[in-house]
Ligand binder design. Structure first.
Ligand SMILES: NC(=O)NCCC(=O)O
Ligand SMILES: [Zn+2]
Ligand SMILES: [Zn+2]
Length: 461
């Protein structure tokens, strides 16, 4: 049966207007004032915004990391994402040296297919760029629809790749029409600083931050940009945390380079002091790059507002405090890096961004949905509310305030880094390709209903 959403305010990256939205099957088929439809289920959205479903461009679900595996898998993670207003995620498919890319992708499909409750795509990690891998990439991009490739410049002896690998990946990506992503921190320098800290007996969580200084992020960001310019390619810097990196991206964009950047809710709202919490609680706040001095937050907000950074990803990478984060008691290097954010990314951006006037309502949509759809080859099927687009729609009540807590969140993890934070606005219902996933704040979705998205090649937005 068709669905007619009545009385809501449609918000896209470009416009805000009152209209009814008619859905037939998986798509939006009409938008207009007082649509005259008799054979549709009517959904009353009076007083609510209708946002395009959020697109989270950065998640790690069911990922082995730091000697353990993330607490959320594709079922719990995508369910929590839907509760928070996200209808599409792009997860990072890991690879290792010697493994064929196809084998790695098969493993990631086995984790996701039959489990995801919302749509999903994959980015592909590049561990090495030998002739075989570079040749296999043709099939990955052209047939699998995996059109973004990730190179880690940090995590020495784990994921870190060298500059040759990054440079070759940039050149191949340009040939094939893929976007290269980097985790930009200087892993060699960090490795040195870590050894020095441990030798001095500095083992508490705060030393995670002290051994990963902003200059290590700024340097790697600048280096990745320089290699991108040399390769005449395209680059997306993930989880930008500090002014040093923002400056490099701003300069690159001013020069007309094809360079984009993402930040995350934690860098916009939390700061380095959280790592000093007593009783090892600082471990809950261990991300790489680390939380920074508070003044960086306003730099990041204005970079979002001014279009220097384009997206906000959750970098969802959840580990329980008990039994996982505590692997690093007595040695901060053993704390699994990452946190649970897939559920709160959208809501925090609305509340701290649009509600507080740091970004406009349309920018909120652009940053949480539209730009990711454009950069990652899904627009206009995803990322907007328009005739012909997938009916991925969030019905959002801006009038309510609520408090974030691990006791009420839906992620499979025993803490929430934003515990006690009051946020404005609440997701009421979520439709994924025309089907309810969340209805009146209750989960009504089905594991396996999420569809793998073969994405289009990179096109400069
Ligand atoms: N960011 C983080 O601390 N964990 C997830 C892995 C990564 O993105 O580097
Ligand atoms: Zn990273
Ligand atoms: Zn990540």
């Amino acid at each position: 049966m068709k669905k007619l959403i009545q009385g809501g305010t449609v918000v896209t990256a470009a416009d805000t207007y009152q209209a009814d939205v008619l859905i037939d099957g998986e798509s939006v088929v009409a938008i207009g004032q007082k649509l005259d439809v008799t054979d549709a289920e009517v959904i009353d959205a009076s007083g609510c915004y209708l946002f395009p479903g959020g697109i989270d461009p950065h998640t790690h679900l069911d990922m082995p990391f730091g000697g353990t595996t993330t607490a959320d898998d594709f079922e719990t993670g995508t369910r929590a994402a839907a509760f928070g207003g996200t209808t599409t995620i792009i997860d990072f498919c890991l690879t290792s040296k010697g493994q064929t890319l196809n084998d790695a992708i098969k493993i990631w499909h086995a984790k996701a297919d039959h489990k995801a409750v919302i749509d999903y795509g994959f980015h592909l990690m590049i561990a090495e760029a030998n002739d075989s891998v570079l040749q296999q990439l043709e099939q990955v991009v052209n047939e699998e629809g995996i059109t973004s490739l990730k190179v880690f410049m940090a995590y020495k002896n784990v994921f870190q790749a060298d500059d040759e690998t990054l440079f070759k990946t940039l050149i191949r990506a340009k040939e094939l029409g893929a976007l290269v992503q980097v985790h930009a921190e200087n892993g060699d320098v960090i490795d040195y600083l870590i050894k020095e800290a441990l030798e001095k007996g500095n083992t508490d969580p705060i030393y995670h931050a002290h051994t990963r200084p902003p200059v290590a992020e700024g340097e790697a960001t600048g280096r990745a940009i320089a290699l991108t310019a040399l390769a005449d390619s395209q680059l997306y810097v993930v989880h930008v945390s500090c002014s040093e990196a923002v400056q490099r991206i701003a300069e690159a964009r001013e020069r007309g380079l094809n360079v984009y950047g993402e930040t995350c809710p934690q860098y916009l709202t939390l700061d380095i002091t959280s790592l000093e919490k007593p009783d090892f609680e600082g471990a809950k706040y261990v991300w790489s790059p680390p939380l920074r001095e508070k003044w960086n937050q306003e730099v990041l907000w204005s970079a979002l507002k001014n279009g220097i950074l384009q997206t906000v990803g959750s970098d969802q990478c959840s580990f329980n405090f008990a039994g996982q984060k505590d692997l690093g008691k007595g040695d901060f290097t053993k704390i699994p890096n990452g946190g649970p954010l897939i559920e709160d990314r959208f809501g925090i951006l609305y509340s701290e961004g649009a509600h507080k006037g740091r970004i406009s309502l349309n920018q909120f949509v652009d940053i949480t949905s539209t730009k990711s759809a454009k950069l990652f080859g899904m627009f206009p099927k995803k990322g907007t509310i328009a005739v012909g687009s997938d009916a991925d729609i969030v019905i959002f009540n801006p009038e309510v305030t609520r408090t974030i807590s691990a006791t009420t969140h839906h992620m499979n993890v025993d803490y929430n880094p934003f515990e006690g934070m009051e946020v404005h606005g609440e997701v009421v219902s979520v439709l994924s390709r025309g089907t309810y996933v969340i209805r009146d704040k209750q989960f009504v979705g089905t594991a396996g209903n999420g569809r793998f998205i073969r994405r289009n090649k990179f096109k400069r937005p």
